[in-house]
Ligand binder design. Structure first.
Ligand SMILES: [Zn+2]
Length: 106
């Protein structure tokens, strides 16, 4: 599967693993383009539905459950997740102390 970064203004393409947000030619914003035709052959809505409720990372994330739509070429061991997207609460003791609270969850 091939993904690329593509300038939204002049269509110049860049490797997806390049850290860049704007086009060096025209300054336009870069958009991530995935091979969605190829993606349809390997995943389906059932794939994402089966991951719902998973307790194992990265599928326990409401974002990374759809990882093929985010970054299909990224290996699972390269994904860092805090189960984002599932609206979990996390204690934030430093912020709680700053705010003068005994406990604070974000
Ligand atoms: Zn451009």
């Amino acid at each position: 599967m091939q993904s690329i970064l593509q300038c939204m203004d002049c269509d110049r393409q860049y490797p997806v693993d390049q850290v860049a947000y704007t086009c060096i030619t025209c300054g336009g914003l870069l958009d991530v383009q995935h091979d969605l035709h190829g993606l349809r052959k390997s995943v389906s809505r059932d794939t994402f539905d089966q991951r719902l409720g998973s307790l194992e990372p990265p599928c326990n994330s409401g974002v990374w459950r759809y990882r093929e739509l985010i970054y299909p070429d990224l290996a699972d061991d390269q994904i860092f997740t805090r189960p984002e997207g599932n609206t979990n609460l996390y204690p934030s003791p430093k912020l709680a102390a700053w705010a003068g609270l005994g406990k604070l969850w974000l």
